[in-house]
Design a protein around this ligand. Structure first.
Ligand code: 5GP
Ligand code: ZN
Length: 113
């Protein structure tokens, strides 16, 4: 399987890792869309959020808890930040390994583009 984010998990390609534990890793997005733009991903390969099942609810929640920690570390938690998971092409998913975007440090519009 040729998955970019699995290669980051396996340290086969470099990334600026900001957090890691036994279930997830977090790293700087290569093309940041805000002053804070970190991706939190499960170590295990799951192509889209549709592959997250009931038995993965703890892992799914852990992605959010780690996203909260990153927002706090970067000083955007109280000001406001956005966590996004794009699922499939029409939503804009380009890398098919589940990832949570943690975006902050600027005002954001709604609805999203
Ligand atoms: P998606 O569009 O699938 O929701 O988000 C994929 C994200 O991965 C994009 O924000 C993109 O900039 C980021 N990305 C793509 N390739 C790389 C890479 O090689 N390294 C890192 N750190 N981020 C990447
Ligand atoms: Zn993968």
């Amino acid at each position: 399987m040729d998955c970019l984010f699995c290669k980051i998990v396996n340290k086969e390609i470099p990334a600026q890792i900001v957090y890691e534990d036994d279930r997830v890793i977090a790293f700087e997005d290569i093309s940041p869309q805000a002053p804070v733009h970190v991706l939190v991903i499960p170590r295990r390969h799951l192509a889209t959020t549709l592959e997250l099942k009931e038995e993965d609810e703890s892992l799914t929640g852990h992605l959010i808890v780690v996203g909260n920690k990153i927002a706090a570390d970067r000083g955007v938690a109280e000001k406001g930040f956005r966590m996004v998971m794009n699922c499939n092409r029409e939503a804009g998913q380009t890398v098919f390994h589940v990832h949570l975007h943690v975006l902050g440090g600027r005002f954001m519009s709604w609805p999203p583009g």
